[in-house]
Ligand binder design. Structure first.
Ligand SMILES: C[S@@+](CC[C@H](N)C(=O)[O-])C[C@H]1O[C@@H](n2cnc3c(N)ncnc32)[C@H](O)[C@@H]1O
Length: 446
């Protein structure tokens, strides 16, 4: 599977019924021995490993790889596409490469009408989730679609799946959803309590059940229309009850963070920057979104507290008119690829004008710096002259940006890019997620 790719090998799903794919193994270890086999031990070029890994680190990484490579991690995107849109200024002739995660943001960008979006993810389950959403957009009416992906519960989803959706899916996605179709069918539950991040949401819901005063305060936070009143509720009825030693302890466990898709190198980046560690960092993020931005429409934090979206607090693709626009053809511009970014860029002959790389480089920089250097060498090769690249990081100024060399005799990555720190800082103040210390907007140097 992981030999040199010919474009015909790449698992490309063109939703308009041309079927071509490569069977995807069930266990898809993103960063594993196959990486070392492919790239050889130790860095060839690029940058050296920052800190040697302790036994505990290796255990944490093994734990992360073990649970990550068998599971759907993200049941919703945890990055703010409204901020991304302002940074990207997407045009009709844009060809985008976007890492899929849960696919919500890809559908958001599709609403702006770019020529094409290549949705790339190394975890086939993430693509299987986007496949199901795209099939739902094509085959379902709005009320059925919103019940499943808005409320996270549809009483007849199993029938809808087998009658209307399954035939639209790739063999891998069929195998996956055949096993998990009931994630949308439990009245007391919700799809948003499934997947690894969903398990953390379910644990938080159980916690709120035994903290009724805190739960009531949070409910009022989502109900108020006034930011001043919201601030007052947060300062008097939520903050004093929220940050107990138990919550701080749970937040700083690597297992909790692994479930949220945060491997230990990323945890360390946060700990290095914050005197109160991960719990302190998360607390500051919640302080900001609860005191500076309207909580009422903050669908990121709402879905993890309520386990569902509402029609007034949800991602753009779940709004009735936007659903109609996607159904009318915008969704056809999305192509899915189960591959690493490097593999996709090696296999495609498209030039890419907009890159959305999420925070995946934090994952690679510590364990596979040479793979990251190789990825950038292909990004630079496939980018159009006016290409824009956005990504996030746990560290405000990640070390890998300073040292990375995208290939022998190509100098430092920084020599190839123009960063816009002022614009990034301004937009970050609007970010409704607010759990990334770094937001980066870069253009290819002419
Ligand atoms: C760090 S997470 C980003 C999640 C994002 N912060 C969110 O909350 O929506 C990375 C996503 O990128 C994928 N990924 C990580 N490294 C990758 C690579 N080299 N190529 C393609 N996908 C990758 C993972 O499968 C995961 O879905």
């Amino acid at each position: 599977m992981r030999g040199k790719f010919k474009s015909s090998d790449c698992a490309v799903w063109q939703y308009n019924f041309s079927r071509k794919h490569t069977p995807v193994p069930d266990i898809y270890p993103l960063h594993s021995s196959s990486m070392v086999r492919q790239f050889g031990p130790g860095p060839r070029y690029g940058m050296s490993l920052k800190t040697p890994h302790t036994l505990a680190d290796r255990f944490d990484q093994k734990l992360f790889d073990a649970i990550y490579s068998r599971a759907l991690v993200y049941n919703t995107c945890w990055e703010d596409p409204a901020v991304d849109r302002l940074a990207l200024n997407i045009q009709n002739d844009d060809t985008m490469l976007v890492i899929t995660s849960a696919g919500c943001n890809i559908l958001d960008y599709a609403l702006t009408g770019p020529r094409r979006i290549h949705a790339v993810d190394a975890n086939p389950r993430q693509n299987a989730l986007l496949e199901l959403k795209l099939a739902g957009i094509r085959r379902l009416q709005f009320h059925d679609f919103f019940a499943a992906f808005g409320s996270g519960y549809h009483p007849h989803f199993r029938a809808l799946y087998f009658d209307a959706l399954r035939a639209e899916l790739s063999p891998y996605a069929q195998r996956f959803w055949d096993r998990h179709v009931d994630w949308f069918g439990s009245r007391s539950g919700s799809f948003y309590y499934h997947g690894l991040s969903g398990i953390v949401a379910r644990a938080f819901r159980a916690y709120l059940k035994v903290r009724p005063r805190l739960a009531a305060g949070i409910a009022e936070l989502f109900a108020t229309h006034s930011l001043d009143h919201q601030r007052h509720i947060y300062d008097t009825r939520v903050r004093p009850l929220m940050w107990t030693s138990g919550v701080n302890w749970a937040l700083s466990r690597q297992l909790t963070l692994s479930m949220l898709g945060v491997p230990h190198p990323q945890r360390k980046e946060v700990q290095e920057q914050h005197e109160r560690g991960v719990a302190g960092f998360v607390r500051d993020a919640v302080d900001y979104v609860a005191r500076q931005l309207p909580f009422r429409s903050n669908y990121f934090w709402s879905v993890y507290v309520r386990g569902r979206y509402t029609e007034t607090c949800c991602p753009e693709y779940l709004k009735r008119d936007n659903f109609a626009a996607l159904k009318a053809g915008l969704a056809d511009r999305v192509l899915l690829h189960t591959a690493t970014v490097t593999e996709f860029l090696k296999a495609t002959d498209e030039r890419i004008s907009k890159f959305v790389l999420l925070d995946h480089m934090d994952w690679m920089s510590s364990y596979y710096p040479h793979a990251l250097a190789e990825e950038w060498s292909f990004i630079l090769r496939r980018a159009t002259p006016n290409a824009r690249i956005i990504f996030r990081s746990a560290h405000a100024t990640p070390g890998y940006l300073e040292h990375l060399e995208p290939g022998p005799r190509r100098g430092r990555l920084q020599d190839h890019l123009v960063f816009h720190p002022g614009l990034a800082a301004r937009l970050q103040r609007l970010d409704r997620v607010h759990t990334y210390a770094g937001f980066h907007i870069a253009d290819l140097k002419a």
